[in-house]
Design a binder for this molecule. Structure first.
Ligand SMILES: [Zn+2]
Length: 319
């Protein structure tokens, strides 16, 4: 695939300027796709420096804020005013990650969930310790945050992480959780640094994102305007490594299809811990990533994965 440099202003057909990679700061990328879900114009690229798959150009901070506060749950997800039925339908979806987190939920635990939606996971975590702990959520959508506060009596602050983080005490959380939220943020690096500041020493950061090694859908559906980044186990570990976390575990877990959930448990390194040398940073080979995506696309159609996914999803909702 042709390699494009961010310094070449004529190479990109979009009106916004291309950005450098959030992970390795390289300005060189190869274009993988020009359209996303609903045939929307969306340029997906693969970084030549580290192999990260991301949207480029992507929304500005301001556009991102407007999108998540006003449009994401409305036009994009068609659910502006949540109700009890919507909350209950979220419960099977959060069950797998709740299983991963349970060992950290001891009485008196202090938990922050970033992008908590209507509070299904936050509510379930609180119930696990019979409300013996501190449970705070952050959610940009006014309607969803309001439901969590009023219907579930949860402490949910309306806004984005960078608007709310100053209200929270540094080094005060045992556990921070982001469940399929990191890929929606304009700068995952900034998110990790903010989370590190909020965690206690040896505090745990549980992150789950879609797995680019097993996208779980056809690529024209997987790439969409709300997802700015698509991580592999290597690129997610690299993000943790460069921001001062130890990777306790990064695993591909089954969702509606095998391996579609990338679940990671990171631990905040002590300030005295040595920072890994830059040369030891992990990377994906960009050409191999592009080839692997095309292999997955073929596998998806040849194995009728779309149908199997629908069946699994339906079974999970019935449980
Ligand atoms: Zn990169």
């Amino acid at each position: 695939m042709p390699v494009i440099s961010v310094t070449d202003s004529t190479a990109n057909p979009c009106s916004q300027s291309p950005q450098v990679c959030d992970l390795c700061e390289s300005g060189d990328f190869q274009v993988f796709a020009l359209r996303g879900r609903h045939r929307m114009k969306l340029q997906t690229v693969i970084c030549q420096g580290c192999g990260l798959v991301y949207t480029n150009p992507r929304m500005s901070e301001q556009e991102n804020r407007e999108f998540y506060k006003n449009r994401y749950w409305g036009k994009f997800k068609n659910k502006t005013v949540p109700d009890e039925r919507f909350f209950r339908r979220r419960l099977p979806k959060i069950k797998p990650i709740l299983g991963q987190i349970r060992i950290y939920l001891r009485p008196g635990v202090s938990v922050l969930e970033i992008g908590c939606g209507v509070g299904a996971l936050l509510h379930s975590m609180r119930a696990t310790v019979a409300s013996d702990g501190t449970f705070i959520g952050i959610e940009p959508h006014q309607g969803h945050a309001q439901f969590a506060r009023e219907a579930k009596q949860l402490d949910v602050r309306t806004g984005l992480l960078n608007e709310i983080s100053h209200e929270l005490k540094p080094a005060s959380f045992d556990l921070v959780v982001m469940n399929h939220v990191l890929e929606h943020t304009p700068s995952p690096t900034e998110v990790f640094l903010t989370v590190k500041n909020l965690l206690k020493p040896r505090g745990v950061f549980v992150v789950e994102v879609p797995n680019i090694e097993a996208p779980g859908s056809r690529l024209s559906h997987f790439f969409h305007v709300a997802h700015h980044y698509a991580f592999s186990s290597r690129t997610l570990q690299r993000l943790a490594q460069k921001t001062g976390f130890h990777s306790n575990r990064v695993a591909a877990l089954d969702g509606d299809l095998p391996g579609t959930r990338l679940n990671a448990i990171f631990e905040k390194l002590a300030p005295t811990a040595p920072v890994p040398a830059l040369t030891k940073f992990l990377r994906d080979d960009p050409d191999e990533r592009a080839a692997a995506l095309l292999r997955y696309e073929r596998w998806y159609w040849l194995t009728a994965a779309s149908l199997r996914k629908k069946v699994t999803h339906w079974q999970r909702q019935r449980l």
